[in-house]
Design a protein around this ligand. Sequence first.
Ligand SMILES: [Zn+2]
Length: 309
Amino acid sequence: MAKRPKKNKLFTFFILLLFFVAILFWVENNRPTAQIKNPVAEKNLDKNEKENEEKNLIVYVLDVGQGDAFLIESPTGIQALVDTGPPNKILSQLASVVPPTDRSIDLVFISHPDQDHIGGILDVLENYSVGLIFESGVSVDSQTFQSFKNLIKEKNIKDLLAKRGTRVDIGDGAYIEILFPDRDVSNFETNEASIVMRIVYGENSIMFTGDAPVKTEEIILSENTAESLQSDILKVGHHGSKTSTSVDFLNAVKPEYAVISVGLKNKFGHPKQEILDLLANFKVQIFRTDELGQIEIKCDKINPCKINK
Ligand SMILES: [Zn+2]
């Protein structure tokens, strides 16, 4: 058989290489995870122009007494509120961290509709223009919940179910990753239906757990590698109740710091001593709103986050 010229072989090699690269490109661009890209980038052009400033992700652990409420400010100025505390607490707390001229909040996550998490939502919706709301998909028979549903319909606010696999891009590479619910949770007990999510900015990550009990932690552990759950800061589940924060969950998350949002001398006895002891065994430094009031977490992309510094 006649020898094929070298040139021809080289040509075939390049064609094959091109084909291979094309396939790689296709696979990369057809990944199945849902991505929500900078949901508010167009709406808040002026807010997003922080190019010349030092970029930070800031999380304010708001002092709402017995309940949860966190305001996240992304490196590009996107604001996300995670829970709204019990009634009549959120507005003064927001006013202490947001300038009076800023009347909008881009994203609101309601981890679950119990009153100590959803109680301030009507105040928020009546006083701020909200871009997008994420809910877990469980409902309750309460006046607040009904009014909340009516108000978002009336104001035509987009209301999405949080779903495992969704990533919300909040600018400069920072994102919120939903870990739970992974299914329809409309029949779940409210705490069990809590939205669990991680915020990632460069090397830093924070895990938000709502009031998720051990049962929900176990589902999350079964669906994710420990590595992908590792977070520098853990918002301790259910205000430090012993129904959350299992040894297995702590072993995966391996936090350095823990935040507990809890009311001073609350009737539930939160946080429970055994959870405080467990966190101490894991050498986790604890920050509590009943002791410190509002807490500020400031993170850049590389260095460890600073808490109240
Ligand atoms: Zn709660």
